[in-house]
Ligand binder design. Sequence first.
Ligand code: ADQ
Length: 478
Amino acid sequence: MPRLIVVSNRVPPPADKGASAGGLAVALTAALSERGGLWLGWSGETAADDEESVRIKPRVEGNVVFSLVDLSKRDLEEYYSGFANGALWPLLHYRLDLVDFDRRDTSGYFRVNAFFARTLASQLQPDDIIWVQDYHLIPLAAELRAMGVTNRIGFFLHIPWPPPDVFFALPPHRRLLETFSSYDLVGFQTDYDAENFVSCLTREKLGEETGPGRFHAGGREFRIGAFPIGIETKAFAQVATEAANNALVKRTAASLKGRRMIIGVDRLDYSKGIDQRMLAYERYLENNPDAQGEIVYLQVTPKSRSEVPQYADMQREIAETAGRINGAFSDLDWVPIRYVNRTIKRTTLAGLYRLADVGLVTPMRDGMNLVAKEFVAAQDPEDPGVLVLSRFAGAARELEAALLVNPYDLDSTAAAIARAVSMPLEERISRWQTMFAQLAGNDVNRWCEDFLAILEKPTEPPDAVPPKARQPELVKAG
Ligand code: ADQ
């Protein structure tokens, strides 16, 4: 078996193992140890020299080498906070109003990708299979090809890909699109994202489709497919069962005093629709006075990317919305929203999901959304909670048995909350069983295997593409 090389912006720290590690890190580490290999990425540290990013001493764990780089302050500002998170992230989440484009950041983005390519090339062996992760590293394969690297290289985008009229608003859109033909396989979360991407290539006349999921551009043929990412479904379900004994979960259960609980869990990001979700919950409380005092909405939201300017306003707005709703509705012995800005251990999180009657996952746009999947996996099969899910999360393509909502429509989201809270046991079980079966069949290991199977065997038929689109059934207001 050839060695596997994973390249991602961040590499999990050595302590990040077992219950604290996310499913993606666990699956990629498992694939790496099976094949032997190397994981290259940023250490999370700033280099001592402001101007120069540097490779640091590798960490070796068994047959896997973790090769890390410290990025200079300037590289971090331009590549990470600037182009990747200030321009690409909002653009790919359809938020043109938030795109902060700067030519200096674009140069920094390509410069850091060239640096990653040089760092990797010096450690490559001829048969290695390379798998590049996410929007920070789109031009990596083009940089490697320019250095004469002929290995098979795959790319997976964890976030959405928008239609041409949105993507073309980025000034260097063509330069970026051209770099994709250096890959052998380009994977997206859903068929919708893959279709949007192909439309961008064809509208820009960069090449032509030569068959289903095959594209010819820049003198090369490459594959395009949908590979919906999953979680470690069965292991997470097990952790959730055991978490009933977790002290924090017990304390939370006791604090509810018999009240129902709604849970939201997100990184503090504008794509997650947290403000709109709170407004929908407020609408629900207004429309259902009997629920006041009887339900608690727990929103667990660690701060993220606070160094990126667009995040500061949003963080303040959400805190103000939570404060305003609590001021208006609270009683002496009841607060409607518990807004918590902290990270929680995965075991505790699993127990909190299981404790909740409703999982409220309503991003305005999301590549997949693993919280939706974790919520489902954590439920008690005999008394499962109900998932209310945005149609604009990639997860909605698989979880059609959730209550699907349009998060821009506060009335219908409020109606979905009401329906979820009062859903009869039989319907809850039937919806949950459909969703759990889907998640058990398509877990994160399957995602990893499907992608690598096609990357390794270029002639494989495109069987990883999920069933054709059906119109989702949305919850209507009233
Ligand atoms: P994210 O935008 O980070 O991921 P998501 O898929 O929901 O979004 O994953 C978040 C992860 O962080 C989950 O595993 C969740 O449990 C964890 N998490 C969130 N809040 C937490 C808290 N307070 N404490 C502890 N853990 C918390 C990006 C894309 C997604 C895509 C994933 C994977 O934006 O669309 O699903 O990558 O491809």
